[in-house]
Ligand binder design. Structure first.
Ligand SMILES: [Zn+2]
Length: 192
């Protein structure tokens, strides 16, 4: 499936979800058996670890459909990029969606705190750089930081050498950014 078809499929699934018209595709025993010997996911989703943003549910998909990386604040690092590279190289996935969301705890924490325990600072250090830019914008600061963070992660991935840049230049990979609204369940595309 190419990137445009993959995006169309994600959008359709999200519409089913928001309209309360779920079809739960690929969640049967038959599907489970079908993908034992191999997988062909059609999209990679990098989203927040937040318990309210499970990709298979908000895009109404099933087993073997989505290759998912989740970190608090949907930030990326070498392990996350390496995971996505596996899906691009080995499974031929042509679309990566970086998905941020409304009322994100990690974003809120990055805005309001400066002293972090344990390894939490490793996450916060990734978010902090976009806060100043977001402060210049009108509207809700937390939303703006979350959206700027998505854009930053999209840019980082688009410039990630050598694998992601290669597939992008060959026209075999698109990386886009989305924003999920907790209240109505809608995913808005903010970077295409
Ligand atoms: Zn979050």
């Amino acid at each position: 499936m190419n990137a445009d078809e993959a995006l169309k499929s994600l959008k359709k699934g999200n519409t089913r979800f928001t309209q309360n018209n779920l079809t739960h595709p690929n969640q049967t025993e038959a599907r489970r058996r079908e993908v034992v010997s191999g997988q062909e996911p059609f999209a990679i989703v990098l989203t927040c670890s937040d318990s309210r943003t499970p990709p298979e549910i908000i895009f109404d998909r099933g087993i073997g459909d989505l290759f998912i990386v989740r970190t608090a604040g949907n930030v990326t690092d070498d392990v996350a990029v390496g995971s996505m590279e596996i899906a691009v190289e080995e499974f031929g996935v042509q679309l990566i969606m970086v998905l941020g969301h409304e009322n994100c705890g990690a974003i809120k924490f990055a805005i309001s705190e400066s002293d972090f325990k344990g390894h939490i600072g490793s996450v916060m250090d990734k978010i902090k750089p976009v806060i100043e830019e977001a402060k210049k914008q009108p509207g809700n600061l937390q939303d703006n930081v979350a959206k700027e963070n998505v854009k930053l992660v999209v840019e980082k991935l688009r410039n990630s050498q050598p694998i992601l840049t290669k597939f992008i230049s060959e026209g075999k990979l698109k990386i886009i950014g989305g924003y999920y609204r907790l209240e109505n369940g809608e995913v808005e595309i903010i970077t295409e």
